[in-house]
Write a protein that binds this ligand. Structure first.
Ligand code: ZN
Length: 286
């Protein structure tokens, strides 16, 4: 049957308020998107900087601390920090902007500091560094900023910098930033169905554990998570497994089994069940 064609949709569909496919496509359409803008924490950071004494003196508004609009950004590079030189027969050459030295803002904007850090320093911080920085400050808005950034650390992205361009993030990282966004949303945002296509691809064991914790947090917030996955450690944690097979490609596509991971182990036709059983035996013998 072709994709998207079905004869009937059954079940308690009314209890789901929205469906969200969390894919590995880049966050935002331009290279200007980054983790801190995607999680909307940059709005609060810009507000905080506009409140500093020198900023008030200069008449700066939060918009002056944006690299997306004219005002405070370096106009030479339009806030990119780099200049792209198009070459006729070669790939573009990317040079650091000489005017702002890659710092993306005008000199006066970079003079504004909060506890010794200017807006460029903040964008250079890793998620974990930023959490440490903002969580120890007394301003209310810093608490808000910390809360918005924290989900990034929870999904195992404590090492990315706040201002890291979306074009340099891997597919798995982009996917987890999207997950972090939903984790940061209010608990009463309804019961959503989240769909992930092989979210563990490219992840180390340690990060898979973090991802699983985050997915469980979604479930605890009243949401449903549907994963397309081959990873046995992930399958083992599911409440319900739908095993497709029995073989791959042309010889597959049938539902071989439906039920709990415990019962899947006893399903003779299922390769997944066989490997899941072997893995469980190995772990029991260890
Ligand atoms: Zn510049």
């Amino acid at each position: 049957m072709p994709t998207g064609h079905f004869s009937e949709l059954r079940g308690d569909i009314g209890s789901i308020t929205a469906v969200e496919m969390v894919d590995q496509n880049p966050i935002g359409r331009s290279s200007r998107s980054n983790p801190v803008t995607y999680l909307k924490a940059f709005d609060d950071i810009r507000k905080l900087y506009a409140e500093q004494q020198l900023a008030v003196q200069y008449g700066f508004k939060p918009a002056h601390f944006s690299f997306n609009v004219e005002g405070g950004r370096c106009e030479e590079c339009q806030g990119e920090g780099v200049i792209r030189v198009e070459m006729q027969f070669m790939a573009d050459v990317i040079l650091t902007c000489e005017t702002c030295k890659g710092m993306r803002f005008k000199k006066e904007v970079l003079e504004i500091k909060y506890h010794g850090k200017n807006i460029h320093d903040i964008l250079e911080m890793t998620v974990d560094e930023a959490i440490e920085f903002f969580s120890t400050k007394k301003e209310k808005i810093c608490k808000k900023i910390t809360e918005k950034i924290k989900p990034l650390s929870d999904v195992g992205l404590g090492y990315v910098s706040l201002g890291q361009s979306s074009s340099t993030l891997s597919g798995g990282e982009s996917q987890r930033i999207k997950l972090a966004y939903f984790l940061g949303q209010e608990r009463n945002s309804g019961s959503m169905l989240f769909i992930f296509d092989e979210p563990t691809t490219g992840l180390h064991f340690h990060d898979i554990n973090k991802l699983m914790k985050s997915l469980n947090a979604l479930v605890e917030n009243g949401h449903t998570v549907l994963l397309v996955e081959h990873n046995l450690d992930v399958i083992r944690c599911a409440d319900w497994v739908i095993d497709m097979g029995p073989e791959g490609g042309e010889s597959g596509g049938e539902i071989v089994f439906e039920g709990t991971p415990e019962d899947l182990i006893n399903e003779k036709r299922s390769y997944t069940g066989k490997y899941l059983g072997e893995k469980a035996d190995r772990q029991n013998n260890e």
